[in-house]
Design a protein around this ligand. Structure first.
Ligand code: URA
Length: 212
């Protein structure tokens, strides 16, 4: 597994506003969208291209376009939805599938409650969107699921990660090179409720309000 922390002043600035408890939902949503575009730029560096012949107004030439099968973007419901718009704006030809995973608040294990993905993901490059890499259980379940269906590689894009979650993920994934994790920052720790510290609180609640 390869971890990249995007160290960029714009990312740091936006992240600081995002963390602030006084930032209201509409601004929070806008910032998540802007942040994902900055993270997505780096995340998509390994996208497969195929040569594509065109005519410019001056002469014929050969460029390159995104290859088939198209990459698939998989937001993890519900908080990952906040990252979808920014990602598809950067990569409008990508397909989108959905995975609904929530954590059991007692065991902190991931439980799948929705799945809208093709059964066959053979040779697909997959981009998982999940803002908070906390215990790592949600990402492990998602990554396993995508590989079971034939994914070629998986890139997880997260806003924040906890060291505990990264360690769990690394133990599970090992040294395989087809899993990349892109984050805006690695925070200090998880608290006893499984929240990232200092973190930004519950990403889903801050994006969409509290649902009981
Ligand atoms: N999920 C969140 O939304 N926030 C955290 O801090 C951890 C998991």
């Amino acid at each position: 597994m390869r971890l990249t922390v995007i160290d960029h002043p714009l990312v740091t600035h936006k992240l600081t506003v995002l963390r602030d408890e006084n930032t209201p939902s509409p601004v929070f949503r806008q910032l998540v969208e802007e942040l994902i575009m900055l993270l997505a730029y780096e995340s998509t560096r390994g996208i497969a291209l195929k040569p594509h012949a065109i005519n410019t107004p001056v002469c014929p030439t050969t460029g390159a376009k995104i290859a088939s099968p198209r990459p698939i973007v998989v937001p993890i419901l519900r908080a990952g939805l906040g990252m979808l718009e920014g990602m598809t704006r950067l990569m409008p030809t990508a397909e989108v599938g959905f995975l609904g995973l929530k954590r059991n608040e007692e065991t902190l294990e991931a439980v799948t409650y929705a799945n809208r993905l093709p059964d066959d993901l053979t040779d697909r490059q997959c981009f998982v969107l999940d803002p908070m890499l906390a215990t790592g259980h949600t990402l492990i379940s998602s990554i396993d699921y995508l590989f079971e269906r034939g994914a070629k590689d998986v890139t997880a894009i997260c806003i924040l990660a906890a060291p505990e979650g990264l360690k769990t993920l690394e133990e599970h994934i090992g040294t395989r090179g087809d899993v990349k994790i892109i984050v805006a920052a690695v925070d200090e720790k998880l608290n006893d409720k499984g929240y990232i510290v200092p973190g930004l609180g519950d990403a889903g609640d801050r994006l969409y309000g509290v649902v009981d």
